[in-house]
Design a protein around this ligand. Structure first.
Ligand code: SAM
Length: 286
């Protein structure tokens, strides 16, 4: 693990300019990195996907613990630093790309013969939600996701109805995974210091039979959830009734809500995960 001084020396040596637009806050505290690796329970059998290896602070630890590490870094200026500092490892696959443009299913097929992987990352905070949503949709190919995120986002993943930050991310996380905050992390553990506090959260992906709710059509349930929270201040009758990707009339939605014993003026933010599942199943049967 590099000290902050060594980090700065590396930045100077490679004439590297830290890019705020890529959410670059590099970890400089070895205790935190060791905590993440321990929480992720990496073994020599594991293939790990690291999103945003940065200057490789955590990548070295992952390479020591795992069978294989696939590291996807968008900033091409970091690639020579990673290649040079990690050049002794033959279990690294380094990819210079935007993770949101990578076909993760094909990557897993190619690099791990389609067997499930673990994801470990200190995520770029500006795209945390789309990354997590994308990973959860690949849940059958992922066993766990251990990631550093903004503290509020870690809390949002665990919120229920009644909280301001409850939304599509909370519901997706709760449907697909058992979530637990592993570490709270101070701003001082990064270079440069971010404006926000951080937390490491681990999502252990459920087997389909372990999920907390059963629904006939998860895709439709998530289409309802997206529509409900796209217009979160509107009643469900309006947000679902107006949604282009759904094909239900306001009468059908009102009837479904009545069958659930819910008022026509209820908003999506008041429904729990089991209630979204129930609404979805009633609408499918209509
Ligand atoms: N893992 C390093 C560490 O802990 O020191 C760096 C973490 S830093 C918070 C986030 C990293 O993600 C940066 O290296 C950044 O360049 C990279 N990144 C940002 N956007 C990305 C994207 N769309 N795809 C892949 N990597 C990205």
């Amino acid at each position: 693990m590099r000290t902050p001084k060594e980090c700065i020396a590396l930045i100077k040596e490679y004439d590297f300019a830290i890019q705020k637009k890529f959410g670059q806050n590099f970890l400089i505290d070895s205790n935190i990195i060791e905590g993440i690796i321990e929480a992720a329970e990496i073994t020599k059998d594991d293939c790990v996907l690291e999103i945003g290896p940065g200057m490789g602070a955590m990548t070295g630890y992952l390479l020591e613990s795992a069978r294989k590490v696939i590291a996807v870094e968008v900033d091409r200026m970091l690639i020579p630093i990673l290649q040079d500092t990690l050049n002794g490892y033959d279990n690294l696959v380094l990819i210079n790309d935007d993770i949101l443009k990578v076909d993760i299913a094909s990557l897993i097929e190619r690099e791990n013969d389609g067997r499930p992987i673990k994801v470990v990352a200190n995520l770029p905070y500006y795209i945390t939600t789309p990354i997590i949503m994308e990973l959860l949709e690949r849940e059958e190919k992922i066993t766990s996701i251990t990631v550093m995120v903004q503290k509020e986002v870690a809390q949002r993943m665990q919120e229920g109805p009644g909280s301001k930050s409850y939304g599509a991310l909370s519901l997706a996380v709760q449907y697909y995974a058992k979530a637990g905050i592993v570490l709270n992390v101070s701003k001082n553990c990064f270079l440069p210091k971010p404006d926000v506090d951080s937390a490491v959260i681990k999502l252990d992906i459920y087997e389909p039979c372990e999920r907390p709710v059963k629904t006939e059509n998860p895709e439709q349930m998530f289409a309802l959830i997206r529509a409900a929270f796209n217009q979160r201040r509107k009643t469900l009758l309006n947000s679902l009734g107006n949604a282009q990707e759904l094909n239900y009339t306001k009468e059908q939605i009102a009837e479904a809500l009545a069958r659930m014993g819910k008022s026509e003026t209820i908003r999506g933010e008041a429904l729990s995960l089991p209630e979204f599942a129930e609404l979805s199943d009633i609408l499918s049967q209509q």
